[in-house]
Design a protein around this ligand. Sequence first.
Ligand SMILES: [Zn+2]
Ligand SMILES: [Zn+2]
Length: 289
Amino acid sequence: MDLNVQLEKKSPPNNSQADLHIHTTYSDGVLSPREILEKSVDAGLSAIAITDHDHIGALSEACELSTHYGVEVITGVEFSVSVNGRENHILGYYIDPDNARLTKALTFFREQRLKRAEKMISKLHTLQIPLSMDSVLHYAKHGAVGRPHIAQALVDGGYVETYYEAFTRYIGADCPAYESKYTLSPQEAIELIADAGGLSFLAHPGKSARNGDILELIKLGLDGIETIHPKHSESQILYYRSLIVNHYLLECGGSDYHGVTPIEESHFGSFTVPYDLISEMKQRLFQKR
Ligand SMILES: [Zn+2]
Ligand SMILES: [Zn+2]
């Protein structure tokens, strides 16, 4: 995939909006890349970034369909990292999906996700819940298996009433079937993204990052921070914007859409950022070359 083609896309008219944080069936989202593009047209978006967890499988299809739907697609990914013992997420934008180091690392992460799911299923077995790996993989169509897939299989098998109950009774942190996730160091994630020609952003800091963690990540070479996110308050957004200005960073934002809960439907098309932020990303990438 030629990154120059992505970078040379002409800017759409003023007031165009973009959603830079979307998941598909390639990780824990429920819609295919085509369905996401259809939804983006309906929501009037000019550009989107697909940012699946540890997976870039949706990118080639989404990029191919981009012209047909008239929605610019930015190649993205979302990594989990451990910062001072807390899980945080880092988004990579404008990554080259053919980058050898990146593809090798992603294969490794998916193997680790499978191992984690196997461990959680065996813990469920000891709790007299005979969930099968196949029933979980049925939901993880493209291999980036995660807890949402186990939750879905638990609901489907009639072991819990709701997805929420699956997390609060069995697979949430501190619950009896929980198993911790393999995580990268933030340095490794930032380097992987940079090696693949991309820009790294701290995702939804309001969900998990302490303010001190953010400053540490900035020192490690973070390119930007996600400000607009359904979990962020107005005061958090203002604080992240002040960091962005003070540290010469970029800004991104989006709905973090998975399509799993009804509330997320109202988020799609509502948590957007102006296209200008994409123009700034492109400018930064040209400067780095
Ligand atoms: Zn995340
Ligand atoms: Zn996400």
